[in-house]
Design a protein around this ligand. Structure first.
Ligand code: CTP
Ligand code: MG
Length: 185
C-alpha cells in the first residue's frame, strides 16, 4: 500500500514540477490581463470577434514572462544536483509558457466560431486547452526533451491530464474569491 502511495505521490510531484512554466503563465495572464485585446476588436467573417476581449496583449506577454521566470528559477534550483541540458530545457521552458497561452488563444478562436461569448464555460476544454498548447509547442521545438520528460512517461502525462482540471478549478475559484476573475471557472 505504502509503495503505491509513494508512487502516486512521486508522479504528482514530478508532473507538477514539469508543468510549472505552464501552470504559472496561464493564471498570470489573468493577473496581467487587460488593455488592448490581441484581435484589436476585429471581427471574423461570421460577425463575431476573432478572439474576444478576454485575450489581451498584456495578458499574453505578462503571463509568458512569468512562466519563463519560474522555469529559469527551476533550472537554477536543480542544475547543481542534476545533470540537465540547459539549452533544450530552456527552450522547453519558453514553449511550455508561451504554448500554454497559445493553446488558450486557439481555444478562444474556436469558442467564438461556435457562438460562445467571452467567458462562457466549455468544460474540460477550458481546463486542458493550455496543456495541449504547451505540449504541442514543446513537442515541435524541443522534441528530445519532450520525449524524455513526457512521451516516454505515460503515467506522468496521465497524471497531468487528471490533475490539471482539479488544480485549474481550485485556482479559478480562488481567483474569483479575490475578485481577479469574473467567473469561477
Ligand atoms: N487574459 C488575458 N489575456 C490572455 C488570457 C487571459 O488578458 N491571453 C485575462 C482576461 O482578463 C480574461 C481572463 O484572463 O478575461 C480569464 O482568462 P480566460 O478564462 O482564458 O478567458 P475568458 O475571459 O473566459 O474568455 P474565453 O471565453 O475566450 O475563454
Ligand atoms: Mg474563461
Amino acid at each position: 500500500m505504502l509503495d503505491i502511495i509513494l508512487y502516486v505521490l512521486g508522479n504528482v510531484i514530478l508532473a507538477i514540477w514539469l508543468m510549472v512554466p505552464a501552470y504559472i503563465s496561464n493564471p498570470m495572464a489573468v493577473v496581467f490581463g487587460g488593455g488592448k485585446p490581441i484581435d484589436m476588436g476585429t471581427k471574423w467573417l461570421d460577425g463575431q470577434r476573432i478572439l474576444g476581449d478576454g485575450k489581451t496583449i498584456r495578458g499574453l506577454i505578462g503571463g509568458t514572462a512569468c512562466g519563463i521566470l519560474a522555469g529559469i528559477l527551476q533550472i537554477y534550483v536543480v542544475a547543481p544536483a542534476f545533470n540537465i541540458e540547459i539549452v533544450p530545457t530552456m527552450i522547453a521552458v519558453i514553449t511550455l509558457s508561451f504554448g500554454a497561452l497559445l493553446g488558450d488563444l486557439v481555444k478562444s478562436f474556436f469558442k467564438r466560431r461556435i457562438g460562445f461569448v467571452r467567458g462562457a464555460e466549455l468544460p474540460l476544454i477550458d481546463q486542458l486547452d493550455f496543456v495541449a498548447g504547451a505540449w504541442i509547442l514543446t513537442y515541435i521545438f524541443a522534441p528530445v526533451w519532450f520525449n524524455e520528460n513526457f512521451l516516454l512517461s505515460p503515467p506522468i502525462m496521465i497524471t497531468v491530464i487528471i490533475l490539471t482540471p482539479i488544480l485549474h478549478r481550485l485556482t479559478n475559484i480562488f481567483g474569483y474569491i479575490i475578485k481577479l476573475k469574473k467567473e469561477p471557472w
